[in-house]
Design a protein around this ligand. Structure first.
Ligand code: SF4
Ligand code: SF4
Length: 392
């Protein structure tokens, strides 16, 4: 049976029951899990933890280890509650939430802009000086602020964009005008190449990187994170949940807390920015602040990975050289992850639509024999078929 076809709409709960349920009671006995269960219980009083801070590389900014990823947040109230309880770093981009995400963040910043660090992004299409400046000006307007703490070049897939003179010229100008304070990049693919280039850059131009990293990350990515951190480049973690697939079947325990703890135990990672769309997710994530990663967490992650392994794409891009048509398989899979794991169809679509048609899943329609190979055993043809069905 084609497992991929079963995922969307799925009955992911039923699927995960098979993979995870039955183990819950065995692992729930551990104290860390019992504590986590208390934090997640909808009807239990929630106690916000004391904020824990780390320094974001050479920026010197002390930011909360669990910071706010706003990409999935439809209203500012959730962000406000997080900021009320000490979270002091918010990551956004205008394209999220149908182009409204910076405006949503701006409402939460009212009256406390000077106490909160704001990171936003310029789109991959913005490369020229004029485009970068235009994008930053649009962000300043949407955020209703005079300055952006960290401006990130969004979604680098290789090291080339790090060195584009026009892009750097624009950023330097914006910094001189006081409109941005620090420079960063984000990356999902070829991350080791990108991070190593940042670390080796003789100009030390970029101050931080937002990196997809989780408990299934390849050693080369972890090594590159360490190198970059040692070069004093601040590292912020995203995609820590490895797909974010629904795991309600684990009762009050979610593997997402264990996954977040796993990322934060790495001393080279300053903070993580889990996407939080409602109060329940906020409580789940913020509760992790200050919690150690323990053996019970390791066991939860093993179970979670076993459950999502047939679906989870590591976004490593290693398959792309094996596709004769150059289909952007990892970006397509990331779009699927937004739809199927995060439940955010809009973000899935906007990500998918950035792919040129010739490199999208449409290119697979006329390919009778899929020769693309996944190093992790994913059925690429099935994923591309799902993409064509879902991402329309
Ligand atoms: S079906 Fe496979 S080999 Fe053919 S274009 Fe699509 S990904 Fe490439
Ligand atoms: S499909 Fe496989 S090889 Fe391709 S990016 Fe995903 S995990 Fe890597």
């Amino acid at each position: 049976m084609d497992q991929e076809k079963n995922l969307p709409g799925l009955n992911r709960r039923d699927f995960l029951k098979v993979g995870v349920l039955g183990t819950t009671s065995a692992i729930l006995g551990g104290n860390p899990l019992a504590r986590a269960a208390e934090y997640c219980a909808a009807d239990a009083p929630f106690v916000f933890p004391e904020p824990v801070y780390r320094t974001l590389g050479r920026t010197g900014m002390k930011i909360t280890v669990v910071s706010f990823g706003a990409m999935l947040t439809p209203e500012s109230e959730v962000i406000k509650v997080a900021l009320d309880h000490g979270v002091n770093y918010v990551d956004t981009a205008r394209k999220y939430m149908g182009g409204k995400n910076e405006e949503i963040v701006s409402k939460a910043l009212k009256g406390r802009r000077d106490k909160i660090y704001v990171a936003t992004k310029t789109p991959p299409s913005a490369v020229s000086k004029a485009d970068i400046i235009q994008e930053v000006e649009a962000s300043l307007k949407a955020l209703e602020t005079d300055y952006i703490d960290v401006i990130q070049l969004h979604s680098l897939t290789d090291k080339e964009r790090i060195f584009i003179p026009e892009t750097r010229e624009a950023l330097v100008q914006l910094k001189a005008q006081g409109k941005v304070r620090f420079f960063g990049i984000t990356t999902h693919k070829n991350q080791a190449e990108v991070l190593n280039a940042l670390a080796d850059d003789p100009d030390r131009f970029f101050d931080m990187a937002l990196v997809a990293v989780n408990f299934k990350s390849e050693p080369d990515i972890l090594k590159a994170i360490e190198r970059a951190a040692k070069a004093n480049i601040g590292i912020v973690a995203m995609k820590t949940m490895a797909g974010g697939y629904s795991t309600d079947v684990m009762g009050k325990i979610t593997p997402f807390q264990a996954a977040l703890k796993w990322a934060l135990r790495n001393p080279h990672i300053t903070a993580a920015i889990p996407g939080m769309k409602d109060m329940s997710q906020l409580k789940e994530d913020i509760a992790v602040m200050g919690m150690p990663f323990e053996l019970a967490d390791e066991r939860i992650l093993q179970r979670y990975h076993a459950a999502v392994k047939p679906y989870y794409c590591h976004l490593c891009g290693k398959c792309e050289g094996t596709c004769p048509l150059g289909v952007e398989i990892s970006t397509i899979n990331r779009s699927l992850m937004y739809a199927q794991g995060y439940g955010n169809h809009e973000l899935a679509l906007s990500t998918y639509r950035e792919i040129p048609a010739a490199a999208s899943a449409l290119a697979c329609s006329d390919c009778s024999n899929c020769v693309a190979q996944c190093v992790n055993g994913l059925n690429i043809r099935a994923k591309m078929t799902t993409a064509r069905q879902l991402l329309v």
